[in-house]
Design a protein around this ligand. Structure first.
Ligand code: FMN
Length: 242
């Protein structure tokens, strides 16, 4: 099984998203999958121009000459793509959105109705990779992922694909800025991420047991907010003392 993860954090390798993806892929790789993490922040990905020439002048190919040519090939040569993004304004990061917009050459311009009678584009290829979603956000509470989750579900429907695995982490900043006392909690969380990667590589899905572990909050939300306020107040006090 070939798994390619696309990391849409502007923080690239040092991102919380990167920590999550690396652990997930390590588990998948140990279970025999061929894995790769692509840092979209290191790639040249222009905005889609909306010209639709990928459907007319050069069917299946975008007329913009940038890194998306190679990335589209990597998408289509994967069995599973991991779309990994920090939560930005309740949705994907701008980098991830540009990447998703530029997947449009993979669809055929004609329309068809799905089993529910909803319109979508006709397939250009016989099959598309499944999608796994990995995301983290800054605030406590899993409800912050509501819009993002729906977005990926709808996107997968349009692309004749399906979301087969989802991992959402609130209070995600704890991954990078971990304090000593949290080390065991973070280590356990990383272990669950690796387990999830292994399960996806072997069974195609995350088991309910592992999913439950991944859904448990890392710490109490009130405690997190208290520490976050301390952090921001300390940053702001540097302004007044300079
Ligand atoms: C522009 C911007 C928008 C954000 N929007 C949200 C948001 O809507 N909800 C939230 O909980 N966190 C939000 N965050 C916080 C990030 O999701 C959080 O810092 C995350 O840990 C960053 O992950 P990364 O290190 O993988 O980039 C936002 C951050 C930025 C910079």
């Amino acid at each position: 099984m070939r798994i390619t993860a696309f990391n849409g954090s502007p923080r690239g390798k040092g991102s919380n998203t990167g920590v999550m993806v690396s652990e997930f892929l390590a588990g998948a790789s140990a279970a025999g999958a061929e894995t790769e993490q692509v840092f979209l922040s290191q790639k040249e990905i222009d905005h889609c121009m909306g010209c639709f020439r990928c459907w007319t002048a050069t069917p299946g190919k975008c007329v913009i000459n940038d890194d998306m040519t190679d990335l589209l090939e990597r998408v289509m040569s994967s069995d599973l793509i991991v779309l990994a993004t920090p939560l930005y304004v309740d949705d994907v990061s701008g980098i991830m959105k540009d990447f998703m917009d530029r997947l449009i050459p993979l669809a055929d311009p004609h329309f068809e109705q799905d089993a529910n009678g909803e319109w979508r584009h006709v397939k250009r290829f016989s099959s598309y990779p499944d999608i796994a979603v990995i995301s983290n956000c800054g605030m406590p509470g899993r409800q912050h992922f509501q819009a993002l989750q729906l977005h990926f579900k709808r996107m997968a429907r349009n692309f004749h694909s399906k979301v087969t695995a989802e991992i959402y982490l609130d209070m995600g900043e704890l991954l990078r800025n971990q304090v000593l006392i949290l080390k065991p909690v973070i280590a356990m969380y990383k272990k669950s991420l690796r387990k999830a990667g292994g399960e996806v590589a072997t069974d195609g899905v995350i088991s309910p047991k592992t999913a439950a572990k991944l859904e448990k909050p890392l710490i109490n939300g009130d405690m997190y907010i208290k520490e976050a306020h301390k952090h921001w107040d300390s940053e702001l006090s540097k302004l007044s003392s300079s």
